[in-house]
Design a protein around this ligand. Structure first.
Ligand code: G3H
Ligand code: ZN
Length: 289
């Protein structure tokens, strides 16, 4: 089977993006996996520190690995927005395929320093196990959080990743993947699409970075912006809020339609179906199908 690195390189070459979807539990994983299988596309499952803490680092790694092995399927696991080397170590030792160190809130110099430590640790670990765990890092600060946002967020020029800093960051840290701030935010507005992406900035960063770019905060972005961003150099797109919303919608529907039901495996298929639909539509778009 192809490695995650090879799959990302293919996406880069074919100008499509791999869907990265966050989960908090098993229904999410089932819905996303079904969607990917139906389209026969590789997929990345993401868990933040909170999500991984809830499922268990070793448990989520075991679930994803079991799907990969049983179905001989390119499904991979990423620790998303890790804030410390300690959590990165926990994920790497549990068998994650990739980790993202989020130093977006740190000063540029501090971000470089901490990211370098993460890269060094992960690369040494990978070498000792003869495997290749990928490291992603973020520069520029992404506002919001993966939820429905009541208030509008204004993105200013200074919030965006500076092209020169992207070049320096990649060179000094040796990261495999870069998550820039290019007009994206985490979460989605309740009643309006998210702000437009800065497509020119994506192109500039891609030119100087020379590594695959990851777009965070995918929920709520309009389709046309996604397609332009992919053509400009985005190879992985993160979606969380839209699936959380689908989870809640499915749960409300399941309870409403079955007010007396108490058996989880009879209620949860409705949740899985809502998540499947949401992931399916995004995967289709990201792969220009
Ligand atoms: O890392 C996770 C994502 O960037 C998800 O962002 O909740 O806006 O889709 P989102
Ligand atoms: Zn993110």
């Amino acid at each position: 089977m192809k490695t995650l690195k090879q799959i990302i390189q293919e996406a880069e070459k074919n100008k499509v993006a791999i869907g990265h979807f966050n989960i908090s539990e098993c229904a999410g994983l089932k819905g996303i996996f079904k969607a990917a299988q139906e389209l026969n596309l590789p997929v990345i499952i993401g868990v933040s520190e909170g999500e991984a803490g809830f499922i268990g680092y070793r448990q989520v790694a075991g679930l994803v690995k079991s799907l990969r092995e049983e179905y001989n399927y390119p499904i991979f696991l990423n620790l998303d927005h890790a804030k410390s080397l300690e959590k990165i170590k926990e994920a790497v030792e549990a068998g994650f395929d990739a980790v993202m160190f989020d130093g977006g809130g740190l000063s540029f110099e501090e971000n470089i320093k901490k990211t370098k430590e993460v890269v060094e640790y992960v690369k040494n670990f990978s070498a000792s196990r003869q495997t290749e765990i990928l490291v992603e890092a973020e520069i520029g600060y992404l506002k919001g959080s993966s939820t429905l946002l009541a208030e509008t967020i204004i993105i200013k020029e200074e919030d965006l990743t500076k092209t020169e800093e992207a070049a320096q960051f990649v060179k000094e840290t040796g990261v495999d993947l870069l998550a820039p701030s290019v007009g994206n935010i985490h979460g989605m507005f309740k009643n309006a699409p998210n702000p437009n992406l800065n497509i020119e900035r994506i192109k500039e960063i891609k030119n100087v970075a020379g590594i695959p770019l990851v777009l965070h905060g995918g929920s709520g972005i309009i389709d046309d912006d996604f397609l332009k961003a992919i053509d400009a150099g985005i190879s992985i797109i993160h979606i969380n809020t839209e699936l959380r919303l689908a989870w809640r919608k499915g749960m409300d529907k399941a309870l409403k339609e079955n007010p007396e039901e108490i058996v989880p495996y009879k209620l949860l298929p409705i949740v899985i179906e809502e998540i499947r639909k949401a992931a399916y539509n995004r995967l289709k778009l990201f792969n220009k199908l």
